[in-house]
Design a protein around this ligand. Structure first.
Ligand code: SF4
Length: 355
């Protein structure tokens, strides 16, 4: 009871600090889409002093997946007769010609699954039908795709594949470091990778704080970071120590390094970032749908009216887009940032943009 009281007292002080902060103006980029949504949902923006500005960054995996990737998935379903398995968020993301939802309407076998392992199980149940899982995500989801490949090998499957568009967060930190004064680093990513990447950022003069996802964790992390920022030296803080350790998860890292290796990757709205992607190693090419079906590379074409690229780089707020809330809504999304449950445009639309 006494401990609970102490926690709420510390939180009360953190709220007061953020509310009354009158130091130098500070811009904080929440790189992760989950943080963006939780910050809105928990009402964290409302307690910040006008001197503290939150910027939404490119950490929504669906939002940064280029239209060309959707085009390849559509081609798998419509031209090659592959059953495409995907997380629901990708269904309505526009490709150059159509979304996966439209491909399904045209007869493609496109199914929503909750994990890569679900697609692997389907492949085991239907050995005569090829299945491809759309492997999109950051360090948090890449291990589960590798585990599905591991299980496909164990089960002797030759009809299960991944179509990879996996990405790594440090590339986003590097690309965005001039757009912010400090980062709110995603706790779940660093639970996997540990702290080495953010120590490297600190050595380059970039500051940030690793944060969890509850209101208390977010407010505490922001208060610690803003206070430290005032000291003027580059820093990092691990404000999520109950989950994030120095070395992260060696098991997950080992699994990923067994099956995947870094590659260059195209980020929607940002462009090509060298070494920022993960794809299957050549030794596992039979599980790579892009290799097996010789799918053409290409970034595809986005709707020219959509400003997702600027939103993802913190150059404009979703409400600055002329289509926001009129032409583009969660029911009729024009761009990926409005489709995805982690997208900044959907967060601003659902919770109302403030600051
Ligand atoms: S509001 Fe819609 S059209 Fe505008 S940037 Fe966001 S997703 Fe793109």
């Amino acid at each position: 009871m006494k401990q609970n009281h102490q926690i709420s007292e510390a939180l009360r002080r953190a709220i007061g600090y953020l509310k009354n902060y009158d130091g130098p103006e500070v811009r904080i980029m929440e790189v992760c889409g989950t943080h963006t949504h939780e910050i809105f949902k928990q009402g964290v923006r409302q307690i910040l002093s006008p001197e503290i500005t939150l910027i939404s960054g490119p950490g929504c995996p669906v939002c940064v997946t280029p239209a060309g990737y959707i085009d390849r998935a559509v081609a798998l379903a419509l031209d090659h007769g592959v059953t495409v398995c995907t997380f629901g968020d990708l269904m309505r993301v526009p490709g150059t010609e159509m979304s996966l939802s439209e491909a399904r309407g045209r007869g493609g076998d496109v199914r929503v699954v909750y994990a890569p392992g679900d697609a692997e199980k389907l492949a085991a149940e239907h050995p005569d039908q090829p299945f491809a899982f759309l492997s999109v995500g950051f360090e948090t989801t890449t291990p589960s795709s590798c585990l599905a490949v591991d299980h496909a090998i164990r089960d002797g499957l030759d009809n299960f594949m991944l179509l990879t568009a996996n990405k790594t967060m440090p590339a986003a930190y590097e690309a965005m470091k001039d757009s912010t004064d400090l980062f709110l680093y995603p706790g779940h990513v660093h639970a996997i990778t540990g702290l080495s990447d953010i120590k490297k950022m600190q050595a380059e003069g970039v500051s940030g704080v690793v944060a969890g996802f509850t209101a208390g964790e977010l407010i505490t992390a922001l208060a610690l970071a803003v206070k430290k920022y005032g000291e003027g030296e580059p820093f990092y803080i691990n404000a999520y120590p109950r989950v994030v350790t120095e070395d992260g998860s060696p098991e997950a890292q080992k699994l990923v390094s067994q099956y995947m290796e870094p590659c260059d990757a195209w980020w929607r709205g940002i462009g090509m970032l060298p070494g920022s992607g993960m794809h299957l190693k050549k030794a596992y090419a039979q599980f790579d749908a892009a290799v097996r079906y010789a799918l053409p590379e290409g970034v595809g074409k986005d709707n020219p009216g959509c400003h997702c690229g600027d939103v993802l780089q913190g150059r404009c707020r979703p409400e600055d887009c002329p289509l926001f809330g009129t032409v583009c809504t969660p029911v009729h999304p024009t761009g990926a940032c409005m489709v995805s449950s982690e997208g900044a445009c959907s967060a601003f639309y659902l919770y109302g943009g403030k600051k």
